[in-house]
Design a protein around this ligand. Structure first.
Ligand code: ADP
Ligand code: MG
Length: 319
């Protein structure tokens, strides 16, 4: 494989969880309503099965080429635009450091087609059986780049990172069914839901949860959160999304804590999921495709919107 692809792979797939995110994003981009993810050995083997629109046999090899995105027209998606350098790179990057078996069938096609790629070297295309959608099996991750293999953490740690990423993706796509298997064992089955609130209750396994909204100038916040008796021991149960993308943000996390301040004891953390929507011009969505951090033009507006979304409900409720 081209060195340039392997370098890109270092950016896009530092860890198995990142490549799982890329594969599942592709399934969602392909309008899948069901996504099944199986992973083994800390994510060195990953299989993603979707029922999305599929690819034509001609598109199979193309999808593994660098910059072979079929999404170039989606200029309205600012997040994608800002990470432009990484568009059409994910599959090429993953293909350069693994063995990939790509099987896909479009609606109306009589059969599925399959392509195998070993570290970027592609096979002929075969006709095979298979239902509508795309299945990507990735194996032998990093076996051609042993240095990178050494950077992987324990299987347990990589598995946890994968499951956390999938949880975030399921939270942000409530209308998609997720089925997740770890080392052959079903660990999560989340059927599609009708609303974000239902999804949060389903995934965080607390019911009922509460919701609230607030707007501060051009920042809109929506939150789903547990009552103050349902608490966590860490801040890891505060999930944050900007433009429906999972982000990490200390300031917004602080806003959630602030809203609960008088309701929680020392060492207790809220359980909440928060969505922030802001004018595309007022947020810098990324510096790096895997880091999930944003820079709000006016962070204090975002802080106040989030705190407000929780407070409006928290202050009325009879805890
Ligand atoms: P990008 O998503 O930025 O376009 P990728 O490297 O992730 O780049 O994917 C390359 C292309 O392969 C996509 O643009 C899409 O056309 C095709 N593709 C990848 N995964 C799927 C999938 N699950 N279903 C349908 N098409 C897919
Ligand atoms: Mg992609």
């Amino acid at each position: 494989p081209e060195v340039v692809d392997q370098i890109a792979a270092g950016e896009v797939v530092e860890r198995p969880a990142h490549l799982v995110k890329e594969l599942v994003e592709n399934s969602i981009d392909a309008k899948a309503t069901r996504v099944h993810v199986e992973f083994f050995d800390g994510g060195r083997i990953v299989k993603v099965i979707d029922n999305g629109k599929g690819m034509s046999p001609e598109d199979l090899p193309k999808s593994l080429e660098r910059f072979a995105t079929s999404k170039i027209s989606k200029t309205d998606d600012l997040w994608k635009l800002k990470t432009f350098g990484f568009r059409g790179e994910a599959l090429a990057s993953i293909a350069s450091v693994s063995k990939i078996t790509l099987t896909s069938r479009r609606e109306g096609d009589e059969q599925a087609h399959q392509l195998v790629s070993e570290y970027g070297k592609k096979s002929e295309i075969d006709k095979v059986g298979g239902s509508q959608g795309t299945t990507i099996l990735m194996e032998n991750l990093f076996e051609n780049t042993p240095a990178r293999l050494k950077f992987l953490k324990s299987d347990a740690a990589e598995n946890t990172a994968i499951k956390t990423t999938l949880k975030a993706m399921a939270l942000s796509h409530f209308d998609v069914e997720f089925r997740i298997q770890e080392n052959g064992k079903l660990v999560n089955f989340w059927p599609a839901c009708k609303s974000r609130k239902d999804r949060v209750e389903q995934i965080l396994e607390i019911k009922p949860m509460y919701e609230g909204e607030a707007v501060r100038e051009n920042v809109k916040a929506y939150a789903v959160f547990a009552d103050p008796h349902n608490v966590a021991k860490t801040a890891r149960n505060i999930w944050m999304f900007a433009q429906n993308r999972w982000i990490q943000d200390r300031s917004l996390q602080a806003a959630v804590n602030e809203a609960y301040r008088s309701l929680l004891m020392h060492g207790e953390y809220p359980i909440a999921a928060v969505w922030v929507e802001v004018d595309p011009d007022c947020v810098d969505v990324n510096i790096h495709p895997t880091k999930s951090q944003v820079k709000f033009q006016n962070p204090s507006l975002a802080f106040r919107a989030v705190a407000g979304a929780l407070r409006s409900t928290l202050e009325q409720a009879p805890w």
